[in-house]
Every structure is written in structure tokens, then in C-alpha cells.
Design a protein around this ligand. Structure first.
Ligand code: NAD
Length: 553
């Protein structure tokens, strides 16, 4: 292992600044936080989560970004091209301190093959969503969305609770690791398959997963006992999902819900049947084309088993990792027989501009998050499911890196929360500023036909003007850093999406910026869905005063 690979990165805490102001400091701390060993999946390779989602292109780029942020002035903007700092421009106080573009390729060249060629030349990096935009907060980030999704499954099929049901899924990585806890928070039982023993151990260590079964038979026995007692339980099972799922289907295992969060978006990160986990990286590197074919073939078997469970009555959905698309490429014709989770459960929330709203305490003090939790409960006393989430999260979520929280808030709510946090920083109720951002699994900042924009009412799934408008609006509104990415979540060629982060540093200027950014950013979700013809979005626009020129003409 090289000297570089042994580096341990951790965000500074407290109120002493490493940079010229809190806006720059926030970017500096969040970049470091993304690579904290508690947060990142493979920090020695700068990989944060989601297969190969990175925070910076290489260690030289990381050092140059950190150095530049330290010297960056209040009227300067640092430009990042796929994880590499390429320039500093004189701008103005309202402009973002950092602008990032990650993994973008021209349409005809937007393939994994071309991406990898350019990556090997050192010209680009895979930014995933919050990895390359420096607002990943560990598995909690996805936990609330996953909790909401399983709650929606419960509401749709199981009388509002998962008690007495068994969910079967795979993938216990950075995102997928949220699944077991999201199921047990909804009172259900989960069997979670992963081929990497270290992922299972890590989820148990972080209290996201309860136990590991010795083998398949034990997993089914434990699940059935817990289900019959209506006792929540999550069970890790070591194995290859492309083998375990067909086996469970064949033995008639009593499964009610099936989904998947292996890294199927990247065929080189999905373990094919017949390859030992220990040999995976070497084999993928040696012959990527052959490995891709084998991985896709295995994904076809995996998806075939999911369809089999659906045929026997289970609730089955794709959890946004493109596994249906990959199985189809391998020639499996029924791959799209089950829906993606967005059209199945999440779109009505998107119509209200609702999506993941997250914040991190730059002080590093968990008491700051406890105080913001209380503020959220006071601000939205009528929202019962939000209150339930905040309470459960406070009890059950172990922080990774800087203390952070996430909850889903919509148009007209996020700006309230942001302004409140800014007041709390100003009054000294919080010990240091707070960063406020979001995932790109969001209402109005993503074009992703296999996920966020699957099955849009007007067929506009692949229209990518919306995320670009979203990024420009956030720049124009005063966000602290803004990013435009390609390929996050579902892989190269399949998505274009934008991110923003705004810093509540307690100043009156921050209050003005937060008010605009946190109104306009979810506002994009409302207008995107009004434009696509969703009645609920039109109602929300009318009720909450979102101006939509074509709606009144
Ligand atoms: P990750 O790379 O951190 O984890 C993937 C896990 O899958 C690893 O633990 C790996 O060991 C396991 N795996 C790979 N092949 C397997 C196989 N054949 N059998 C069993 N286990 C296998 O990725 P992540 O961050 O957890 O993301 C998982 C997927 O979900 C990605 O495709 C990502 O793009 C997608 N995603 C979904 C959402 C969402 O909201 N639904 C959000 C972000 C990302």
C-alpha cells in the first residue's frame, strides 16, 4: 500500500477556521467528511459510495482542492472538473464558492466503455450523486428515503405496517445498507444478501443490521419465526444474490416483498456467478468486457427470480440501481415487468417538491443536531410521520463523520427550516454553522428514465433540461456550491442531475440566500411536475404560489 493510500482524512471540528470564511470552510469540511473512514466505503481510493463514486479525482487533486479552498476569497469561485480543481475565477459574494461538473459526456460518447477509457487516462472520475458534490453523510442519508419507501409499500399492500411480512433484498453497501434498518423501523423482517463479508460486519457494527445467518436455511428459519411473532428483525446472509434468490424461489421461501440494491448500475461492481468475491476486482480489471457479459448474465438470473416472486404474489420493485436495464441487455425479456420505486411510491411526493433535505453540524457536536431535531418538530407539529422519523432517527441512527440529519421536506417547508437553523447559528444556540443540502434523488433536479423520471405522465422521462435549469437557478439564488453530474445512481448514459448545498452561517446574507435557494430548489420539482401534467403538482403550485406561466395561459 502506498504512502497516499494510508492517509486518514477527517473533517476539522469546532469554530476555528481553516479557510477565509464559513462558506469555503463548509466545502472544505464536507470534502474531508466525505472521505472520513466512518463515512466513505473505500476512503483509501477516494471512493465514497455507490460503486466507484469519488470525492476527488486523485490525491494530488484532493490536496490542491483543499489548499485552494483554504486561500479562496469571498468573491472567488473554484471550478472543479470531475474531481480536479481547474481554475479560480473572480465572481461576487452571492456567487457559489465552488462550481462542480462531474462525469459529463456528450450523448453519443456516454457509455461505460468510453467513460472507463477516459478515466484510465486520468481525464474524468465517477462522481455518483453526493460523492463528487461533497454532501454524502453516510448511510443515514438514504435511510429516510428507504424508510419512506417501505412505509409506502406497507400503506399500499400491507395495511400500513410491515409487521408480519418478510422482505428479501441484496446489497449492503453505502446505500443498500439502509434497507435492513428501514424495514425494521417499519416493524418488518428483512433478509439481506451480500457477497462481501465486510459489508455485513460493518452494517452490524453500525446497528443497521441485527444478525447474520450461517446459511440460507437458517436465514429463512429466523425470518419465519420473527414474522410469526410480528417481531422486527434484519438478517444478513453471505452469498451471491444471483444464486440465492433463484434458490429461495425454488424452495418456496415465504417472501412478501422483493427488491435489490447491489451495484447493478455498474456491471464491473456486480459479482457474477462463478467468480469468487476475492477475485472480483482482479478479474474485472483483467477483462472488463468479458466480466460485463458475465455480470449481466447473472443479473438476468437475479431479475428472473424477482419476476418469479412477483408471479407468486410478492410486491416487487426496482430500487433505482438499473438492474432491470442490465438484465434486459442480457436478453431477459420480462425484466421490466415490475416497476421502479419512483412511479410506484414516490412520485406523489415529488409533485409537492418533497425530497431529501439534509444538514450537517460543522461543529462536530451531536448536540447541534439534537437542537435542530427539536426545531424541526416545533416547526412542523402537524406532520406525524416526520415526527415519528425524527424520534426514531434520534434513537437508532449512529452518526458517521460529522453529525447530520435528513428528513423529507417539500416546497414551503425547506426555506422555513433553513431560516430557523440560520437564526439558531446567529443566536449561538448552535455551536457552529450548519450545511444544508440534498441528495440528487430529488423532485426537480434529475433526469433519470430508469428512476426519478421513469414513466412520466407526458413521456418526458429523458428530457435533461430540468436538472440544468435547476443548477442554474441554484447558482442564481445564492447556493454555496452547485454541481451538475452525469450517470449517478443508474450509471453512465442513464441520468443527468444537479446538486446544491447552502450554508447557514448565521449572517443576514446567508438568510437571504437560504430563503431563495430553499424556495427555488424544491420549486423546480413542482414546476417540473406541473409541466408534465400532474394534477397534484398544479394544485400545490396554485395553493403555495409557485408561478407557472403556462398554467395560467
Ligand atoms: P455499494 O457499491 O456501496 O454496495 C453494493 C453492494 O452490492 C456491495 O456491498 C457488494 O458487495 C454487493 N454486491 C455486488 N454484487 C453482488 C451480488 N451478485 N450478490 C450480492 N451482493 C452483491 O453501492 P450502494 O451505494 O449501496 O448503492 C447500491 C445501488 O443502489 C447502486 O446501483 C446505486 O447506484 C443505487 N442507488 C440507489 C438509490 C436509491 O435511492 N434507491 C440511491 C443511490 C444509489
Amino acid at each position: 500500500m502506498s504512502e497516499q493510500a494510508r492517509r486518514v482524512i477527517r473533517s476539522p471540528r469546532g469554530t476555528e477556521l481553516s479557510c477565509q470564511g464559513w462558506q469555503q470552510e463548509a466545502a472544505y469540511r464536507m470534502l474531508h467528511n466525505n472521505l472520513d473512514p466512518e463515512v466513505a466505503e473505500h476512503p483509501d481510493e477516494l471512493v465514497v459510495y455507490g460503486g466507484t463514486g469519488k470525492a476527488a479525482r486523485d490525491w494530488r487533486s484532493f490536496d490542491a482542492i483543499a489548499r485552494t479552498l483554504q486561500g479562496l476569497k469571498q468573491d472567488e469561485t473554484l471550478l472543479i472538473q470531475s474531481g480536479r480543481p481547474v481554475g479560480v475565477m473572480r465572481t461576487h459574494e452571492w456567487a457559489p464558492r465552488v462550481l462542480l461538473a462531474n462525469s459529463n459526456l456528450v450523448g453519443d460518447w456516454a457509455t461505460w466503455e468510453e467513460f472507463r477509457r477516459l478515466e484510465a487516462l486520468g481525464l474524468t472520475m465517477y462522481g455518483q450523486m453526493t460523492a463528487g458534490s461533497w454532501i454524502y453523510i453516510g448511510t443515514q442519508g438514504i435511510l429516510q428515503g428507504t424508510y419512506e419507501t417501505f412505509a409506502a409499500v406497507a400503506a399500499k399492500r400491507f395495511g400500513g405496517t410491515l409487521a408480519g411480512t418478510v422482505t428479501l433484498t441484496a446489497g449492503l453497501g453505502g446505500m443498500g445498507g439502509a434497507q435492513p434498518l428501514a424495514v425494521t423501523m417499519n416493524d418488518g423482517v428483512a433478509i439481506c444478501v451480500d457477497c462481501d463479508p465486510s459489508r455485513i460486519a460493518r452494517r452490524i457494527e453500525h446497528r443497521y443490521l441485527d444478525v447474520q445467518a450461517g446459511d440460507l436455511a437458517e436465514a429463512v428459519r429466523l425470518a419465519t419465526e420473527a414474522r410469526d411473532a410480528r417481531r422486527p428483525l434484519s438478517i444478513g446472509l453471505l452469498g451471491n444474490a444471483a444464486e440465492v434468490l433463484p434458490e429461495m424461489l425454488a424452495m418456496g421461501a415465504p417472501i412478501d416483498i422483493v427488491t435489490d440494491q447491489t451495484s447493478a448500475h455498474d456491471p464491473l461492481a456486480y459479482l457474477p456467478v462463478g467468480v469468487a468475491f476475492e477475485d472480483m476486482r482482479e478479474q474485472a480489471a483483467k477483462d472488463p468486457a468479458a466480466f460485463t457479459l458475465r455480470a449481466r448474465e447473472s443479473m438476468a438470473r437475479h431479475v428472473e427470480a424477482m419476476v418469479g416472486f412477483m408471479d407468486s404474489g410478492a410486491e416487487v420493485f426496482d430500487y433505482g440501481n438499473s438492474i432491470r436495464g442490465e438484465a434486459k441487455l442480457a436478453g431477459y425479456t420480462r425484466a421490466f415487468d415490475f416497476p421502479g420505486f419512483v412511479p410506484a411510491y414516490i412520485r406523489p411526493l415529488f409533485c409537492e417538491g418533497k425530497g431529501p433535505f439534509r444538514w450537517a453540524a460543522l461543529s462536530g457536536d451531536p448536540r447541534d443536531i439534537a437542537a435542530t431535531d427539536r426545531a424541526i418538530l416545533e416547526l412542523f407539529p402537524e406532520n406525524e410521520s416526520l415526527a415519528r422519523w425524527i424520534k426514531l432517527a434520534g434513537e437508532r441512527v449512529a452518526f458517521q463523520g460529522l453529525p447530520a440529519r435528513i428528513c423529507w421536506l417539500g416546497y414551503g417547508e425547506r426555506d422555513k427550516a433553513g431560516l430557523r437553523f440560520n437564526e439558531m447559528v446567529a443566536s449561538g444556540e448552535l455551536r457552529a454553522p450548519v450545511v444544508i443540502g440534498r441528495d440528487h434523488l430529488d423532485a426537480g433536479s434529475v433526469a433519470s428514465p430508469y428512476r426519478e423520471t421513469e414513466g412520466m405522465l407526458d413521456g418526458s422521462d429523458a428530457i435533461a433540461d430540468w436538472p440544468l435549469l435547476n443548477a442554474m437557478v441554484n447558482v442564481a439564488s445564492g447556493a454555496s456550491w452547485v454541481s451538475i453530474h452525469h450517470g449517478g445512481g443508474v450509471g453512465i448514459g442513464r441520468s443527468i442531475h444537479a446538486g446544491q448545498v447552502a450554508v447557514a452561517d448565521g449572517t443576514p446574507l446567508a438568510a437571504q440566500k437560504l430563503e431563495r435557494v430553499l424556495t427555488n430548489d424544491p420549486g423546480m420539482g413542482v414546476i417540473r411536475h406541473v409541466d408534465a401534467g400532474y394534477d397534484r403538482a398544479a394544485e400545490v403550485a396554485a395553493e403555495r404560489g409557485v408561478a407557472v406561466p403556462m398554467a395560467s395561459g
